[in-house]
Design a binder for this molecule. Sequence first.
Ligand SMILES: NC(=O)c1ccc[n+]([C@@H]2O[C@H](COP(=O)([O-])OP(=O)(O)OC[C@H]3O[C@@H](n4cnc5c(N)ncnc54)[C@H](OP(=O)(O)O)[C@@H]3O)[C@@H](O)[C@H]2O)c1
Length: 279
Amino acid sequence: MMRLLITGGSGYLGSHLIAAARDPFELFATYYSRPIPDGVPLDVRDADSVRRLFDSLRPDCVIHTAYDKSSDGWQAVIGDGSANVAQAARQVGARLIHLSTDVVFSGARGWYCEDDPPDPVTDYGRVKVEAEQRVAACLPDALLVRTSLIYGTLRDAADANSRFVLDGLLGHTPVTLFQDEFRCPICVTDLAAALLELAALPFDRLMVRGPLHVAGAERVSRYQFGVLLARYHGLDPRPLQATTSEATGLIRPKDCTLDTTRAQALLRTRLRGVGEVLR
Ligand SMILES: NC(=O)c1ccc[n+]([C@@H]2O[C@H](COP(=O)([O-])OP(=O)(O)OC[C@H]3O[C@@H](n4cnc5c(N)ncnc54)[C@H](OP(=O)(O)O)[C@@H]3O)[C@@H](O)[C@H]2O)c1
């Protein structure tokens, strides 16, 4: 059995990882403020606690999903917390799969591959780049899995990307979505399966380290994504309003589509496009 530790087990991705993990894993999962069955409390900002937990559990592999969406938590949880996790993984000789994001890129070009240098334009993107760099500096063999908008097919309160659209339509409140921001949304079950497949790959077969792009196969604008979600859930998409980053005057990452050729060559899990999932 492989001892697998999931940080952020109470989160959206973490809960799907727990639900999908089967043999060959002996599973351990952490939470921060929302307890889960058999979960272990952990604050990744506390380096000593992280080290003690890793010492007692001795994981073979760690999937680090924990993060804090609020800007207050970015530096301490994402920057320092990820470094604490990498340090503790190194001390116990665990492999680390660290979750990162497509907004490490500016979005000026699109279809980014792993060799493209990060050039974030938001504070969140910058701290996720910092986390990647601190993880890689501590643990050069760590996998830095960059993904895109995560969504599911259920009306799940934890699915923030779908909830934003569906709650607006159901509550008859205006939902405005960007027409000039492109992403490769990934279904949470596909992402969980891909991460577990990566975790199970034997060391010598895992020929990649560093960044790996794991996202859905189809490029859509945030507006198109909203329309697909609405239709899938039987709602009229016409109240969705389209706007552009240009019109708002905001500096936002526009085309952060990810080239997933490397991951597709490595994985059996299909990284389905959003049109296929929300058909
Ligand atoms: N969601 C997306 O669309 C998306 C897109 C691209 C990349 N990602 C990446 O995917 C990963 C997972 O995202 P998600 O949507 O599953 O996140 P999520 O649902 O917000 O879950 C975050 C998790 O982190 C935990 N956490 C918060 N503060 C913590 C702390 N100080 N110490 C330890 N744990 C803490 C939370 O615990 P409690 O709930 O118990 O407080 C929760 O389990 C993140 O790294 C994110 O950057 C997500």
